[in-house]
Design a binder for this molecule. Structure first.
Ligand SMILES: Cc1cc2nc3c(=O)[nH]c(=O)nc-3n(C[C@H](O)[C@H](O)[C@H](O)COP(=O)(O)OP(=O)(O)OC[C@H]3O[C@@H](n4cnc5c(N)ncnc54)[C@H](O)[C@@H]3O)c2cc1C
Length: 447
């Protein structure tokens, strides 16, 4: 998983003229003309929202019904999710209702779980019945990659959904409550060891924030727990942290983690997770009751139903118009798609700016197809990468030229993500959460 700038300045206000009627003063279409072509977008994440917004705002009078489908009715701002897990922000502040966005931009939304995709029959099957389409944009994202290890999935926590963030937060608080009254030294050790597996961008942000939460915020309220009893560690299979990040900044991040007291175990693949701890490939056992698996993602299972080449991470190959092999009316974008830029060897990383740019290209190409115009190729410009390293610390690489670390990196991270966060209410809420966080006051209720 890549940590990158999220270009959420998606598209402007919804286009004006359309043959679908709209309710007065609002953008949600109220009836669909019987002759309208149907563009269905699956997934209201970064890619799907960009596609739906672009379709609605650029269709300019085309008789096109735009329907966005997601199993949840909100958009999750993942870059700040690790702060839900570490009580840095209130969960409500990083989600935004999709129906507000649909109303503002003039497309329809349906909350349904997509169960299968029938390309020949041109319909998707959901738990609420079939939805026919003329054009389909698939943006269903990814899931945690357990590399086929079922026990890992069973005994570790993931950080992918809002619920995951809340579960991690609760587990940390539960572990401290239990340790406060536990007298068995072995059990105390397991309760007070917190492990993040995977030192990618998300793992690094999570583990540093966890260290701060425990040592700077929580421990003062647990008099029976000595700070030296608490271990926070990140365990990584390869020999470096934040693979793919600017090397100097990745090295700086590793140094910062160690200085903060995080144990960084490199070249240490984990091949088993049990309720009482983890086993490394060399057979070592590390006791822990809180293990978060942040070792990678793979495309959503629905992608397995689509034709075309798939990588080991399950992403389906798309051409430079974001179409899949043999189906000009089907586009796949974001974490579900594997697109290799000309001249490069590997697909673009799964991150939000890539998903947004691909979503926009797919939408524009739906409109080109509808108008009988040639499709346009995907263009992508890397914007930069940001990683927060806990209290007043971070690293940032912007536009390949600017490198920031320490307080400046932290300020860049906060500034960019506050700006990108969807919804003014959310921005104000996160700002308040952050202000309290700087004063070392976090919401430590068990939710
Ligand atoms: C903890 C975390 C931190 C991250 N931090 C960053 C960051 O700082 N910068 C960055 O650029 N990227 C970050 N990423 C990666 C980024 O979130 C993804 O690359 C991006 O969200 C991909 O966009 P997408 O549209 O492909 O999928 P998503 O945004 O994941 O959206 C997929 C949508 O599809 C819906 N869906 C899935 N299956 C179904 C179904 N069967 N039926 C109906 N709906 C379905 C989901 O509910 C979801 O709303 C982070 C990811 C995580 C998990």
């Amino acid at each position: 998983m890549r940590k990158a700038l999220v270009g959420v300045g998606l598209v402007g206000a919804a286009g004006a003229a359309a043959t679908v009627a709209r309710s007065a003063g609002r953008g949600v279409p109220t009836e669909v003309s019987p002759n309208a072509k149907r563009a269905v977008v699956l997934g209201a994440g970064f890619g799907g929202l960009a596609a739906a917004r672009t379709l609605a705002s650029e269709k300019n009078g085309e008789d096109l019904d735009v329907l966005l489908v997601d199993r949840q009715n909100y958009h999750l701002f993942t870059p700040i999710l690790y702060q839900v897990a570490t009580a840095g922000v209130t969960p409500d502040n990083i989600v935004h209702p999709v129906r507000y966005i649909a109303r503002d931009h003039g497309f329809r939304f349906q909350e349904s779980n997509v169960e299968s995709i029938d390309l020949e029959g041109r319909q998707v099957h959901t738990d609420d019945g079939p939805i026919p389409f003329d054009y389909l944009v698939v943006a269903v994202g990814s899931t945690t990659n357990y590399f086929g290890m079922n026990a890992v999935q069973e005994h570790s926590l993931a950080l992918k959904t809002l619920g995951d963030g809340i579960s991690i937060r609760n587990r940390i608080l539960d572990a401290l409550e239990a340790a406060e009254v536990e007298t068995d030294p072995e059990k105390r050790k397991a309760l007070l060891t917190f492990i993040v597996v995977g030192a990618g961008y998300t793992g690094v942000e999570l583990v540093t924030s966890m260290q701060d939460l425990l040592h700077k915020v929580l421990l003062k309220d647990y008099p029976a727990i000595k700070p030296e009893e608490v271990r926070v560690m990140v365990v990584e299979a390869i020999g470096q942290v934040m693979l793919g990040f600017d090397q100097r900044l990745a090295d700086a991040a590793e140094k910062t983690m160690r200085e903060k007291g995080v144990e960084v175990l490199l070249n240490t693949p984990v091949n088993r997770v049990e309720p009482e701890g983890i086993y490394t490939a060399s057979g070592d056992f590390i006791p822990s009751r809180t293990v978060v698996w942040a070792a990678g993602v793979r495309a959503s299972e629905l992608i397995g139903q689509l034709p075309g080449n798939k990588g080991r991470d399950g992403r389906v190959s798309v051409n430079d118009s974001m179409q899949i092999e043999g189906h000009d009316n089907v586009f796949v974008v974001g974490d579900a798609a594997a697109y290799v830029l000309p001249g490069e060897a590997r697909p673009l990383p799964p991150n939000a700016p890539v998903a947004i740019a691909e979503g926009k290209t797919a939408a524009k190409n739906v409109l080109h197809s509808l108008r009988g115009e040639p499709v346009e190729p995907f263009k992508y410009k890397r914007q930069g990468q940001l990683v927060a390293l806990g209290y007043l610390d971070g690293v940032a690489e912007l536009y390949g030229r600017i490198r920031l670390s320490g307080l400046l990196g932290w300020l860049a991270w906060r500034g960019v993500y506050l700006y990108k966060l969807t919804g003014m209410k959310n921005r104000m809420g996160v700002l308040v959460d952050w202000a309290f966080g700087i004063a070392r006051k976090r919401e430590t209720n068990r939710l």
